[in-house]
Design a protein around this ligand. Structure first.
Ligand SMILES: Cc1ncc(COP(=O)(O)O)c(C=O)c1O
Length: 388
């Protein structure tokens, strides 16, 4: 059988790192003593009032086709949220509702980039970016943010990596896997490069509600950036709604026109009851978000405290999100081998962070999206493993 060349772009180098997650889930289903720290799905339930909103909408017959660009009330809620993080007035005409940040990212890539373009991706990067960019025919250029710089960008080098073919810079802020959150100075410097070289910025902000300290700044709000920035995000991580598949892209109205047409030939709009649920989550869920943030902060501190006892296992302090990076190079150059050895010997499943790019080779990513009792037990097992 022959398939279109497009299917070749859907792979990606990081895929094999996830085998440990598949294996540990199967072992857990068999009742084995495993603790899974290799996935980023919040362990909280979606807030009850959000579920109620969806159920009520369903009972009222909200089961028909909806507006391609998303319901106006939800788009207004997203626009208000985005106005707060960017510090500039953003209206609903700049918002398209899509099936999660993932779908928003892919759809945006298809509308911004094409063959002959270079797209600079800050490395380490969330794994799916590679395939999304490849699907457009553009070439991804990985810009290394090495561990020795705390996985932060060297701005001069970033500027030097831009060529006449560069069309955009792509990154997540805060980052998965590192939890790095860019300072205002770093964002200003990236913005400056984008303006000087007439580039798009595509930024993924799914973790921006989970920043532990300070006020989050969206790059879209910096001077001169509104018309060249596309921000994707979702309700997935903030409100424990990963399975609802509701996210968005915020960008210039001309892009929204293209995204709407793309939705026409792909999604054909999101379910109405999902949008009603997302709408109340965004409008009324600030206490739940604050609770999630504090829970993650507590867990992060717990992990750091216990892992401080480990032998030769430096860690990076995450500024946001639900992941912590640990450097395993003193134990094994290949973090995937380390992860499997750890799993086989202790039942603790972590991810080789090298799946996120060359800059993170030799590091593992530990998720703290599980309850504190299990998390503490898993960390103690990691400590023992490093002491053997
Ligand atoms: C950085 C990043 N972007 C996007 C996603 C996908 O988010 P969504 O559920 O909104 O599609 C994830 C999920 O883990 C993520 O970590």
């Amino acid at each position: 059988m022959r398939f279109a060349p497009f299917v070749d772009s859907l792979g990606g180098e990081g895929a094999e790192a996830w085998e440990i997650l598949t294996e540990s889930r199967a072992a857990q289903a068999r009742g084995e003593d495993v603790i899974i720290l290799s996935i980023g799905d919040p362990d909280f339930e979606t807030p009850a009032f959000v579920v109620d909103a969806a159920v009520e909408a369903l009972r009222l017959g909200d089961t028909h086709y909806t507006q391609l660009e998303g319901r106006s009330s939800l788009r207004a809620a997203i626009a208000e949220k985005m106005s707060r993080t960017s510090g500039v007035e953003i209206g609903p005409e700049r918002v398209t509702v899509l099936a999660g940040a993932q779908n928003a990212f892919y759809s945006t890539c298809r509308c911004l980039f094409g063959p002959g373009d270079e797209v600079v991706v800050l490395d380490p990067a969330y794994v799916t970016y590679e395939a999304c960019i490849a699907s457009t025919g553009a070439t991804q250029v990985r810009f290394q943010q090495p561990a020795c710089s705390g996985f932060r960008p060297d701005i001069d080098q970033l500027g030097a990596s831009i060529t006449s073919a560069t069309r955009g810079i792509v990154f997540a802020n805060p980052s998965n896997p590192t939890g790095v959150t860019f300072t205002r100075d770093e964002l200003n410097a990236i913005a400056d490069i984008a303006i000087r070289n007439d580039l798009w910025i595509l930024v993924d902000e799914v973790y921006n509600d989970l920043v532990f300290d300070g006020v989050y700044q969206s790059i879209a709000g910096l001077p001169g950036m509104l018309e060249r920035t596309v921000t994707v995000s979702s309700v997935s991580k903030s409100y424990a709604m990963t399975g609802w598949r509701c996210g968005w892209a915020v960008g210039p109205p001309a892009l929204m026109h293209h995204l709407r047409r793309m939705t026409l030939v792909t999604l054909y709009g999101l379910p109405g009851f999902v949008m009603e649920a997302a709408n109340v989550a965004i409008r009324e869920g600030s206490e739940e978000v604050a609770l999630a943030r504090e829970t993650y902060r507590r867990r992060r501190n717990l992990v750091l405290e216990i892992l401080a006892e480990a032998r030769n296992l430096p860690t990076l302090l995450p500024e946001a999100g639900m992941f912590l990076m640990a450097d395993v190079r003193a134990h094994n150059d290949d973090a995937n081998v380390f992860a499997w050895n750890l799993y086989r010997s202790t039942g603790v499943s972590v991810l080789d962070a090298g799946a996120f790019g060359a800059a993170a080779r030799g590091w593992i990513r530990i998720s703290y999206g599980i309850d504190e009792v299990q998390l503490a037990e898993a960390c103690r097992r990691i400590v023992e493993f490093t002491q053997k």
